[in-house]
Design a protein around this ligand. Structure first.
Ligand code: C2E
Ligand code: MG
Ligand code: MG
Ligand code: MG
Length: 292
């Protein structure tokens, strides 16, 4: 069901070693066909303001529905897609679908939402990546300021100058870049100094029990102080409880995301959150009230 797909309960994959090998081969073959069979879906998880009352935008999260087997979580098939090279095609589909959805919401009368798309390092290796993004913006009518790309620290293990150059080109276009799962990689905090980025997303392992885990609280406030001093926004991912929310608000976290506010949703389930968006132009929500 949608709840299971968006939430934490996925179909459980449990098998012996031998079964795992054939399972993997099977999955690899099916993954190649999944795009043309239309088996991918994008879910959207709201990102809220510190008070949890206004929506800033959404993170697009891919789901692979395999008939007869249920939803396969991205952590299981994205690495496989990266190894086999299908990630380029999947990444294009994700970007195109997210941009189309964002434009569709805007045309339905909602204020513009920022839609964040996860980009895997393999997509970035393609020297044509920036052109590809531009082509998709053009094709879908998406404004660059409405698009955010989430990248992980592992990007920077590659040729830094090449990566920084690509990030600059994206930023110059008006596209936002955020560092996902921040704090889990190998890079130090000084990483933030020279990167043309917009925000850091603190990994949910540091957000967990932040109200009672004083070490997590120290880590988060240190990251936050540093990021803010560099004029970067801070996003907390994996907020699950009211107590965690309360503390993050006190710490002046800019954006919050997690099951406490909402699981990832199908596009049509996201409408109540679109109604909570702040309209920067003070524009009336044309038709927004009856869009559902
Ligand atoms: P991520 O980008 O760090 O995404 C956040 C993950 O945390 C999502 O898992 C989301 O469903 C989950 N989450 C959200 N709120 C909570 C919470 O309160 N508690 C807990 N425990 N988890 C929460 P999901 O959707 O399974 O995605 C896992 C990872 O797969 C993502 O981590 C991202 O790295 C990757 N991924 C997802 N969609 C895409 C995609 O379209 N392209 C690429 N390249 N990677 C993707
Ligand atoms: Mg992400
Ligand atoms: Mg993340
Ligand atoms: Mg994560």
């Amino acid at each position: 069901t949608a709840k299971e797909a968006g939430g934490r309960r996925y179909e459980f994959y449990f098998s012996s070693m031998k079964e795992q090998v054939s399972e993997r081969l099977e999955m690899e073959t099916s993954l190649h066909k999944a795009l043309e069979l239309g088996q991918f879906e994008l879910f959207y998880q709201p990102k809220m303001d510190a008070d949890g009352l206004q929506t800033f935008g959404f993170e697009a999260l891919i789901r692979w529905y395999r008939p007869g087997r249920g939803y396969v979580p991205p952590d299981l098939f994205i690495p496989l897609a990266e190894e086999t090279g299908v990630i380029q095609a999947i990444g294009d589909w994700v970007l195109r679908t997210a941009c189309r959805q964002c434009v569709e919401w805007y045309k339905a009368g909602y204020p513009p939402a920022v839609v964040a798309v996860n980009v895997s390092p393999r997509q970035f290796e393609d020297p044509k990546f920036v052109e590809q993004v531009e082509a998709i913006l053009e094709e879908t009518g998406m404004r660059p300021e409405w698009l955010e790309l989430e990248i992980t620290e592992s990007f920077l293990q590659r040729d830094r100058n090449v990566v920084i150059d690509m990030l600059k080109r994206l930023k110059d276009r008006g596209i936002r870049i955020s560092i996902d799962d921040f704090g889990t990689g190998y890079s130090s905090l000084s990483l933030l100094k020279n990167l043309p980025i917009h925000a850091v997303k603190i990994d949910r392992t540091f957000i967990r029990h932040i109200d009672t885990d004083s070490k997590n609280a120290s880590i988060v406030s240190a990251i936050m102080a540093l990021a803010h001093s560099m004029n970067l926004r801070v996003v907390a991912e994996g907020v699950e409880t009211e107590a965690e929310h309360r503390l993050l608000r006190k710490m002046h976290c800019d954006e919050l995301q997690g099951y406490y506010f909402s699981a990832p949703l199908r596009a049509e389930e996201a409408l109540p959150y679109l109604r909570l968006m702040r309209d920067p132009a003070g524009r009336k929500h044309r038709g927004a009230g009856d869009a559902a």
